[in-house]
Design a protein around this ligand. Structure first.
Ligand code: IMP
Ligand code: MG
Length: 178
């Protein structure tokens, strides 16, 4: 798989350090609150698992699955809920956990959707942020790294469901998807 990667942007070690830092901030900010982490399947699973271990206050987790990309590398702008939450979030402090915020279309839709269920608060934690590509006013409260406008894979991020198992994050060679 390494031969399909043009450049490694973040190593396992760098991701670990950053996750620790974000977990520490969340632990301080949410002390005494009723925190629920909501992971967006499937890209967020690695970050969710590692981040949760770095949160030192009581919290629970749930997952949602939404479709936006199919097998292409461009967002379709359409968001469909494939798996909804298992529990009520009314009065809870919700932190959406994402792998990457790109156009922001997925999250802007999800935020509106979840707000209607009356959480006490609703914020976003994303490992990666692609500011150049933003089409919405979404601003994650916690952001790991800003990344350039390139197609990235690894540590949960996929291209056509592959490469999620890479322990690092890298730029996928253009010839793989062009
Ligand atoms: P958005 O709605 O455009 O912000 O897209 C968000 C979702 O698109 C993310 O949760 C990812 O699953 C996927 N995505 C965006 N950029 C990339 C990328 O560079 N590599 C892999 N998946 C990506
Ligand atoms: Mg995703």
């Amino acid at each position: 798989m390494r031969e399909d990667i043009q450049e490694v942007l973040f190593t396992e070690e760098q991701i670990k350090d950053k996750t620790k830092e974000i977990g520490k901030r969340i632990s301080e900010d949410y002390k005494g609150k009723d925190l629920i982490l909501i992971g967006i399947l499937k890209g967020s699973v690695m970050f969710m698992a590692d981040l949760m271990k770095e949160i030192k206050i009581p919290c629970s987790m749930d997952f949602m699955s939404v479709s936006s990309y199919g097998n292409s590398t461009e967002s379709t702008g359409r968001v469909k809920i494939l798996k909804d939450l298992d529990f009520s979030i009314e009065g809870k402090d919700i932190l959406i956990v994402e792998d990457i915020v790109d156009s922001g279309i997925t999250l802007s839709y999800l935020k509106d959707y979840l707000y209607s269920r009356k959480p006490n608060s609703l914020e976003i934690a994303t490992l990666l942020n692609k500011p150049e590509r933003r089409q919405t006013s979404i601003k994650p409260k916690y952001m790991g790294f800003n990344v350039p406008d390139a197609f990235l894979v690894g540590y949960g991020l996929d291209y056509a469901e592959k490469y999620r198992n890479l322990p690092y994050i890298g730029v996928l060679k253009e010839k793989i998807y062009k």
